[in-house]
Every structure is written in structure tokens, then in C-alpha cells.
Design a protein around this ligand. Structure first.
Ligand code: ZN
Length: 441
């Protein structure tokens, strides 16, 4: 017994010495993760509970998180059924004001799902790009610039000066290429959490293909992978499509991404494109450069009759009807269009279809917290709206001048403070430091 205690004391001393030796201000995420991993291997397993450091509201709640606008690619003309777009946006610091489209038309990426206050977005006059339609659709689909997300109203805390201060959590999480060992568990909140024991969705399935594979975001809690395996054939059946195109899920260990999303952090969110899977296996290049189809008209008040089809409504309905789904985020014009169908507006699943910024070229499906994840925080069901969100102020708001034509800010707002590990449940520190689980392919 005494020997054992002595052994533990020895380990503890070594641990403290190791921790002191780590320069927490270093900016090399690999070095930090390595040190943390070494620490984790001698330290206790996952804490039993986390402190929800996150008080951030979720989509549809009073004070949404500030947006991280992402600038996407400058599209180049294409030859094939698909639009060629520039490669994945660089993981650069968020640009607040989208550049005016000059020579080549600029396509602005979808706004973050859990972003922006109600005072937002002016649809920038789009530089329409004519796109060759996929074989399954009859008319060409103009790709339109999506609404520019509003800058944060007031950044809470300034960025660390002179590059000092803790390394942003997005740098640490995006450096991890494989999931952590450990039981699968969603930890924290959709825009402030992580994923333990994540699993990958295969990039090719009988009725799906994964897009933007280079981002390494086809990871999720097993319930998300099961959802996609169920939804893909169901959507194919409901629409007559060959299958679905799956966009971003989560990083191998979840957490914040360097660009593109505020949520997608716990392995329970997935984007699925408004576009049928083609009949062939897409090449690596096609998966990077193909663009999804915009279903909304230039004024952002209605769907675009040239691109919107009843199949898209069936696709959304099928997603919302799947068990375990908490939200299906779509552009407000799409929600409004679906509300025109009597049988839809009377159906309970319609309450899960929520209007949100962007989401004109994809749906965002968010699952409820799984039973195996006690530290996961979900969003409450939406039950207090008229006609499942089809009537009243909730929907009208999205078509008000406040949203569609807000005043332009006179000075560029400061970028929000990047999240650091102190903003996350303590269990996420353990997830980051845990040994990796090799994947079998
Ligand atoms: Zn999304």
C-alpha cells in the first residue's frame, strides 16, 4: 500500500514538472496537444460532468452568437454539370465585410447557423453566375450571393494582443486528424462543445457521397452517422434522386472549425445539399469544386421558381420526420414556401423546420442530445408558435427591412474574440489530449 502511494506521489510530481515545462503561450498547437496528451495519459479519465461555461443562446433564441462571416471562393467557369468554384477557403481570420464583387463574381458562403442577432443581413446584390444544371434538373441554376451576415454588435472581449494569450480552440481542434479514444459522447453545446470517440461517415455510400472531403469534417456521434444512413435512402425514395450530397459534419474531435460554422461542434449537426447525387462517383476535384444550388430568388423573399422543385420540399419533410431530429434549418423563403402547403403547415414536423440566415443551398440538420451523452446540452422543442411557425411575427420578421435591408455599419466592427479552451466544458480538454483512435478504412 505504501509503495503504491509513493508511486502515485512520484507520478504527480512528474506531472506537475511536465506541466510547468510546457510553455502555454507557445503557438504551436502540435506541441501543446502533445504535452496535453502526455498529461492525459497519466491523468484521470473524463471528468464526470462539465461546467457549462457556455451561456450562448442557440438558434432562434434571444441573443444569438456573433457571426463569423466566411468568404468563399471565387467561382471560375465550368465545363461539366457542376460549377467550378475555387478551392476551400483558407482558414484565415474571419473577414467581416465581404468584398464587392469586381471582375469575377464572388460567392459568399452561408452564414453560420448559430450566428447573428435579429438585426441583420442585407442581401448584397448578387453577381449571378450561370451554372450548368446537373442532369437531374431541367433549368440552369443561377448561383446568387447569399446575404452578408451582420457583424457582431459589440465584441465582448478584445483579441489577445501581440499574439500572446491562449491559443484559439479552433487551432487546437482543427489540428487533430483522428478521433479520440473513448466511448462516443457529445459534450457541451452545439456552438461550444466537442466530440469524444467520433466515427466517420464513409465518403461513399449506396445513396450518398460526401463533399469537400479535404476538410476532414465527415465525423460525428454515431447517432449522426446512423441518421445519415437512414435519411439518405429515405430522401432518395421521397425525391426520386439517386441519393444525397453530404456537406460538413464535425471535425474528428468536434470543437470549433477555423472557418465555415459556429455550430457543428458536438458531432450532432450536418449540412446536406439541395442537390441530387449524380449517377457517378464524384472525383476528388468535383467534391471540392462543385457548388450547391441556390433555391431562393434574388430578393430573398421567395423561392426561385427556376431552381425550387417539389422534390426539395419532400427532401426537407423527410429530414424533419426522422427520429431524433431537433431542428432542420432552411432559408426563410423556403420555410414560407413550404407553409403554403396545407398538409405541411398542419404537421408537427413542420415546427422543426426553422428559418435561419443563408441555408438557401443546403439544409442543416441538428439532432437531439443522445442518451449516452449526459454532458450534452440540447435546444428546447419549438412548441409555442402559430401554425408550426407558419404564421405570425416569427416568420414575418425574416422579411422585414430590419433583416433584408439593415443599415450598413459605418465602421468595420471588431472581430469577436476567438474561443479558447477556457470557454469549453473541462471534458473537452481531455478529449483534445486523449490518444487517437486509428481508423480502419
Ligand atoms: Zn450547418
Amino acid at each position: 500500500m505504501l509503495t503504491r502511494i509513493a508511486l502515485y506521489l512520484g507520478l504527480l510530481a512528474a506531472l506537475i514538472a511536465g506541466a510547468v515545462a510546457v510553455d502555454t503561450h507557445t503557438l504551436d498547437p502540435r506541441a501543446i496537444i502533445g504535452a496535453m496528451r502526455a498529461h492525459a495519459q497519466t491523468a484521470a479519465p473524463l471528468p464526470g460532468e462539465n461546467t457549462p461555461a457556455d451561456a450562448s443562446p442557440a438558434e432562434g433564441m434571444a441573443q444569438p452568437l456573433t457571426p463569423v462571416p466566411v468568404q468563399e471562393p471565387v467561382p471560375a467557369p465550368v465545363q461539366q454539370p457542376y460549377v467550378i468554384e475555387p478551392l476551400t477557403p483558407p482558414p484565415a481570420p474571419p473577414v467581416v465585410i465581404a468584398p464587392k464583387p469586381v471582375a469575377p463574381p464572388v460567392v459568399v458562403a452561408p452564414a453560420p447557423e448559430l450566428a447573428a442577432p435579429p438585426v441583420v443581413v442585407a442581401p448584397e446584390p448578387a453577381a449571378p453566375v450561370v451554372v450548368a444544371p446537373p442532369p437531374e434538373l431541367s433549368a440552369p441554376a443561377p448561383v446568387v450571393v447569399s446575404p452578408t451576415p451582420l457583424p457582431p454588435e459589440k465584441p465582448a472581449i478584445a483579441e489577445p494582443k501581440n499574439g500572446k494569450g491562449p491559443v484559439p480552440a479552433k487551432v487546437l481542434f482543427s489540428a487533430e486528424k483522428l478521433p479520440s479514444l473513448g466511448k462516443a459522447m457529445a459534450i457541451g453545446y452545439y456552438p461550444r462543445g466537442c466530440l469524444q470517440g467520433g466515427v466517420a461517415l464513409p465518403v461513399n455510400g449506396p445513396t450518398w457521397q460526401v463533399m469537400r472531403v479535404s476538410r476532414n469534417r465527415n465525423w460525428g456521434h454515431p447517432s449522426l452517422v446512423r441518421f445519415l444512413e437512414r435519411f439518405a435512402p429515405a430522401a432518395a425514395k421521397a425525391t426520386g434522386w439517386k441519393g444525397i450530397l453530404v456537406g460538413d459534419m464535425a471535425q474528428p474531435r468536434g470543437g470549433p472549425t477555423p472557418y465555415g460554422h459556429r455550430s457543428h461542434q458536438t458531432g450532432l449537426d450536418v449540412d446536406v445539399w439541395f442537390m441530387p447525387m449524380p449517377g457517378h462517383t464524384l472525383s476528388a476535384e468535383e467534391r471540392e469544386k462543385t457548388s450547391a444550388i441556390n433555391l431562393v430568388a434574388d430578393d430573398w423573399k421567395r423561392v426561385n421558381p427556376k431552381t425550387w422543385t417539389p422534390q426539395h420540399a419532400a427532401f426537407i419533410k423527410t429530414a424533419a420526420e426522422q427520429p431524433g431530429v431537433e431542428r432542420v434549418l432552411v432559408n426563410a423563403a423556403i420555410k414560407k414556401e413550404m407553409c403554403r402547403v396545407d398538409s405541411y403547415r398542419k404537421s408537427d414536423w413542420m415546427a422543426k423546420v426553422r428559418p435561419w440566415y443563408a441555408h438557401h443551398d443546403h439544409i442543416h440538420v441538428r439532432l437531439k442530445c443522445p442518451d449516452d451523452s449526459p454532458n450534452c446540452r440540447g435546444q428546447p422543442a419549438v412548441t409555442d408558435e402559430l401554425d408550426n411557425g407558419c404564421s405570425g411575427k416569427a416568420l414575418d420578421h425574416w422579411f422585414s427591412d430590419k433583416v433584408l435591408n439593415p443599415p450598413k455599419p459605418t465602421t468595420p466592427p471588431k472581430p469577436p474574440r476567438p474561443l479558447t479552451m477556457a470557454d469549453f466544458p473541462p471534458a473537452c480538454q481531455t478529449v483534445l489530449a486523449a490518444p487517437e483512435r486509428a481508423q480502419k478504412n
